[in-house]
Write a protein that binds this ligand. Structure first.
Ligand code: 5GP
Length: 183
């Protein structure tokens, strides 16, 4: 069970707000330069990427438009079901567009593989992937992310958009929960 003060539930803080914002600024500068004259279509994968997406887009100094998609990944608990289901689709036509998919974290790689295939089938001119966190050792499919914030070990993390049973998304830092929170 979670306590009323989220900091008390943390076994470890992996990244504090300042580190997160510094890395997002770097990624934004890089993406802004790489897509300077391409008017990328930025796609936010709801709900986990919400904070990262809005921070990142504001750090990209280029013309862009934005859309939102939701897929099912984890339900309640920490184990992925393996299945990816489209919950909410985008509404902008992506034919001929340079699409950038923005995810909170890449774990097995199933979600990003599914979305990349989907957008290529919709005739995007190019599809790039950005994930704030990368759990490299958990990959189950051959899927590399084009831009990533930090590579992290195989631990369940919360904060900066990432939830535990729908809570804790609002934390400005990224942490690992104490074991007792799961019981
Ligand atoms: P994948 O399809 O790559 O296995 O999983 C991607 C999704 O799983 C992420 O968008 C995220 O919703 C969820 N996920 C994977 N690892 C974690 C984690 O450590 N913490 C949280 N809160 N969600 C995770």
């Amino acid at each position: 069970m979670l306590s009323e003060n989220p900091r008390d539930d943390m076994k470890e803080i992996l990244f504090e707000e300042e580190q997160i914002q510094a890395r997002v600024a770097e990624l934004g500068a890089q993406l802004g330069a790489d897509y300077k004259d391409k008017t990328p279509l930025m796609i936010c994968v709801l709900r986990g990427a919400a904070f990262f997406f809005t921070d990142l887009c504001r750090r990209m100094d280029c013309k862009m438009d934005m859309d939102f998609i939701a897929v099912s990944s984890y339900g309640h608990g920490q184990a992925s079901t393996g299945a990816v289901r489209l919950v909410k689709d985008v509404s902008i036509d992506m034919t001929g567009r340079h699409v950038i998919i923005v995810e909170d974290i890449i774990d097995t790689g199933l979600t990003l593989r599914y979305l990349t295939k989907l957008f290529k089938a919709r005739n995007a001119a190019s599809v790039a992937t950005v994930a704030f966190l990368d759990k490299k050792e958990r990959r189950e499919v051959d899927m590399n992310v084009d831009y990533s914030g930090f590579v992290i070990p195989n631990e369940f993390v919360v904060g900066y958009g990432l939830d535990f049973e729908d809570y804790l998304r609002n934390l400005p830092y990224i942490g690992v929960l104490k074991e007792e929170c799961y019981s």
